[in-house]
Design a protein around this ligand. Structure first.
Ligand SMILES: NC(=O)c1ccc[n+]([C@@H]2O[C@H](COP(=O)([O-])OP(=O)(O)OC[C@H]3O[C@@H](n4cnc5c(N)ncnc54)[C@H](OP(=O)(O)O)[C@@H]3O)[C@@H](O)[C@H]2O)c1
Length: 263
């Protein structure tokens, strides 16, 4: 299937590793020209090189902290200057830390709000006028299963991420007339560096080895295994495709059947 992304320009935030990098790789494989950003210069440059080598696509690395409004403005302006526009935006960021109510300070809440919600607000606000002007756009935000099924030890994530689903639905309704779709992906447990760190901490809490913990987690997932980053990346590329033009305002669980209930 041809996703119709050849020559489209995609901006993928927080993409030096993990789910952002996987989304950039899938989009590049579909022929998109991709800008990837993260805070660490060497890591984002290495990720861009790797994706370009794997796919033959043009991949531009940019150093930007998505919690910084100035960095977002500069990155979008630089993308437009070098590539002309943005057709596809993948909102992504690092995950907020684990912790319960009594462990987290006001500063922790404020930081998580900037990282998780405001990065999405600002990136989206910066690219939307261009998408409206060209009458074509795809906005995809990587959220989490925690937005649909709260995870007690991930209080910041569980409390803040549902706001992104509200934002997604409202923007989808408002901008559908401009041929722009706005959707969210809610991953379950996907084996990335973040997942490995969380799993190591949980394993230590439960006096288990990391390997035992992973086997246990896999057992709790109907698919019987954790997800692979490309299983999220490919969904992002599909949501960016022409074929997905009538999917709008959705928040799609990609979790191997982990979430219980009707979502
Ligand atoms: N993996 C999962 O199972 C899973 C499940 C549900 C939800 N999620 C969520 O999906 C997102 C990505 O997860 P992941 O597993 O891919 O995480 P990861 O392996 O920790 O990767 C995070 C990426 O974000 C970049 N980043 C972090 N903070 C940033 C900032 N302020 N500005 C710009 N870039 C930043 C990091 O690069 P630099 O360090 O170079 O900046 C890195 O490339 C997170 O929000 C996570 O909570 C993950």
């Amino acid at each position: 299937m041809n996703f119709g992304l050849n020559g489209k320009i995609a901006l993928v935030a927080a993409a030096s590793q993990g789910l952002g990098k996987a989304a950039a790789l899938s989009l590049a494989r579909e022929g998109a020209r991709v800008v990837v950003c993260s805070r660490r210069e060497q890591e984002i440059a290495a990720a861009a090189r790797e994706i370009a080598t794997d796919t033959g696509a043009e991949v531009l690395p940019m150093v930007a902290d998505v919690t910084n409004a100035g960095d977002i403005r500069r990155m979008v302006a630089e993308t437009v200057k070098r590539l002309g526009t943005v057709h596809v935006l993948v909102n992504n960021a690092g995950g907020p830390p684990a912790g319960g109510l009594m462990d987290l300070s006001d500063a922790d809440w404020e930081k998580a709000h900037q990282l998780t919600l405001m990065s999405t607000v600002r990136l989206t606000r910066e690219v939307l006028p261009r998408m409206v002007a060209q009458h074509w756009g795809r906005i995809i935000t990587i959220v989490s299963i925690s937005a649909k099924q709260p995870i007690p030890e991930l209080l910041l994530s569980s409390a803040i991420r549902p706001g992104i689903l509200g934002l997604t639905r409202i923007l989808a309704t408002q901008y559908a007339k401009d041929n722009i779709t706005v959707n969210a992906i809610c991953p379950g447990n996907v084996l990335t560096k973040r997942q490995e760190e969380l799993s190591r901490a949980r394993a230590a809490d439960r006096h288990m080895s990391f390997e035992e913990y992973l086997t246990d987690s896999a057992r709790a997932i109907p698919a019987g295994r954790l997800g692979r980053p490309e299983e999220i990346g490919d969904v992002a590329a599909f949501l960016a495709s022409e074929q997905a033009s009538y999917i709008n305002g959705e928040s799609l669980l990609v979790d191997g059947g982990l979430a219980k209930g009707i979502h």
